[in-house]
Write a protein that binds this ligand. Sequence first.
Ligand SMILES: [Zn+2]
Length: 472
Amino acid sequence: MARALQADLTLIDGRLVPGVVVRVARDGRIVSVDEAGSRTPTEEGDRSPIQRLRGKALLPGFVNAHSHAFQRLLRGRTEYRAHGRDGDDFWSWREAMYRASELLNPDDMEAVCRFAYLEMKLAGFTHVAEFHYLHHAPKGARYADPVEMSRRVLAAADFAGIGITLLRVAYQRGGPDQPPSPEQLRFVDPDPEAYFADLEATEAGCADDGARPVSVGIAAHSVRALDGDYLRALASGARDRVVHAHACEQPKEIEQCLAETGRRPIEHLADCGLLSERFSAVHATHLGEGEAQLLGDAGASAVICPTTERNLGDGLPDLPELMKAGVSLAIGTDSHARIDPFAELRQLEDGERLRTGRRNVLASAAGEHVAPTLFAAASSGGARAAGLEAGAIAPGLRADLIAVDLEDPALGGLVGTRNAENAILAALALGGHTGLVSDVWVGGRHEVRGGECLRYRQATEAYRAVVDKVFG
Ligand SMILES: [Zn+2]
């Protein structure tokens, strides 16, 4: 429905502006953004009465640019040191993740995705890029409908009322000269022809309902899981779809790539023709000399997942190097050890402060504040990575919006003082939390009201049954 919203403050071009009226048309797009004193021509949304959002700030919705929704199951379940090990790391965590993934049937998958997507929406994410690789039945048997699992993921996003870019993952092997392990067989499309057949079948069954964006993209799992011929076939069949790939998350993957191809992962992906303005490198933690520039020259994005990268002990990426090279940044909650966009934002900058011993590292010029860069990664950068016309409060874009509570103690002593807009934005970026998110609109639809979403309780019961099946 058409609507008009007026919060106390509205985030426009990195600034919190008072008194703005945002008008949304029936098709879920913003038709006008009227700053105090200005008036744009009347449009469809103008007939709606203005809904005053008192004590709130209106922000662009956050985009979760990297998710494996089923890994939500592992939250809290892998935080101990297993018997018989010298120490845990990414690779031992992966074994636990594989064990959980082996047990999930399509009903379980849908239940877990529903729950994870509702948590995201309540946290202020209006869109998710789902890096989906659990395609087939255990041991790799095909379901009667080969794209059943993809359909279930899309159905879960529909239930949860969140926009989705389903990135169907191509997965071929366990590593260079290494066949897939029994657990990995569920992920495998043995050749590009099989992959594209399933990708197109997924696209054929997916309808963008206008207000809630739904699309399908390509994911190359990693240079470990795909050989050069497969990567080249993905590049030549990509057309205008977005393409994501895990890259440079772990040193071992880089060593293997160098041994197999003589090139580092980003160099190899570039050689295979995958880099473009529609490409996103997920993690980009351990880049070698010149790799950030390869991404920047192609107009590509990097999706950073700070909470997961810390949880798995991946390391800290060099964000200023990526920014200097012109790489657009986005964020993702990846393994969902936590689903909190504010935590991801904060850690982008905090990680740099710890890595470099300096402050305000992500402010791109003298005199600039750091918060606008952080919010841009979570909204416009994420929208770009997900191939989405959203990510800012501006006419023509989708009305993916969130309201945050300015009366929360986290902002106490700032609101109501003079010239506080920059300080409020900084406090949100560096000290915000999901409890601040009171309302969420996805394509203009009012999905979360007063911090609540009616379907959450229903989703929780089904989710608990899956948890008991996997861990009980
Ligand atoms: Zn991932």
